[in-house]
Design a protein around this ligand. Structure first.
Ligand code: TA6
Length: 264
């Protein structure tokens, strides 16, 4: 996936060693983690959705009248194949709408429906690889005082003490019940990613840093300096859909020019 600003600058990170061949997930862009986030379940890491071929809906429902000014969009559809049904026997339909506003805002709306099978439960994340100039000059605001699960310490629960999150080593956390907005401030590029979300209570923050990067075959050894994952997610309280029910998860990211001060 590529998302460029009006200057043609790429806003999402893609590894120079990314493998574009299923079933390997691409290292970069915004992989969809469904029906499982992480390895907290019986499925492969981050579920199967990101490794599958989706279809484009050639005749998608129109945008709501109050939401169509200058927007371009595409709808992608995922339904379970016989292969998936073997290990995740649930009849779902997943419609992903990706749209770009006239102001450059990226919106992703997921609508996942239980098509009248038995109830099913899932966790979810928009695994968003942001391109940053230098991770040591990035700060994240909006997570202050929140509890988080730390994947580096067996998912133990801690409380964020900082006035903003900065990066000096590997970070792999799930911040819980996070309000809007979250600001990812890239001092080097003097820009801020302002993240708003709906239906996505949690925020995952991940940077592998140097040691972990060396163990990731599809990530350059130094590339951790130029990426940061900040994912709108459902982790702590997975979603259960009864037959006929639908869940919606919306992510909106607007990139704004920002000086060194960063009040959002
Ligand atoms: O971002 C959370 C996380 O689960 C990390 O623990 C790390 O494994 C990352 O996702 C990347 O996962 P992937 O399967 O894309 O290599």
């Amino acid at each position: 996936m590529s998302w460029k600003n009006q200057h043609g600058e790429e806003l999402l990170f893609t590894s120079s060693k990314a493998i574009f061949k299923p079933p390997k997930a691409m290292r970069g862009g915004i992989p969809i983690c469904f029906p499982q986030f992480g390895n907290c379940g019986l499925l492969e890491q981050h579920g199967f959705a990101r490794n599958k071929v989706w279809t484009i809906d050639e005749i998608p429902p129109p945008l709501p009248p109050n939401d169509s000014n200058g927007k371009s969009f595409v709808d992608l559809i995922l339904k379970p194949s016989s292969e998936e049904l073997k290990f995740w026997p649930h009849s779902f339909e997943y419609r992903l709408r990706a749209s770009l506003g006239s102001n450059g805002q990226l919106s992703l709306i997921s609508r996942i429906r239980n098509v009248n099978g038995k109830p099913f439960t899932f966790s979810f994340a928009y695994h968003t690889y942001m391109s940053v100039s230098d991770i040591s000059e990035v700060r994240v605001e909006g997570l202050e005082t929140l509890d988080y699960l730390d994947n580096l310490f067996q998912r133990e629960r801690y409380t964020e003490q900082g006035d903003a999150l900065t990066f000096e080593s590997e970070v792999d956390r799930v911040y819980l019940s996070c309000p809007n907005p979250v600001a990812v401030i890239d001092h080097g590029k003097k820009r801020t990613f302002v993240i708003r979300k709906d239906g996505l209570p949690d925020v995952v923050v991940w940077n592998p840093w140097d040691k972990k990067s060396k163990a990731i075959v599809d990530l350059g050894d130094e590339e951790y300096k130029h990426m940061l994952c900040v994912d709108g997610a459902v982790v702590e309280n997975p979603i259960t859909l009864k037959p006929g029910e639908e869940w919606m998860g919306r992510l909106e990211i607007l990139v704004v020019a920002s000086s060194f001060c960063s009040d959002h």
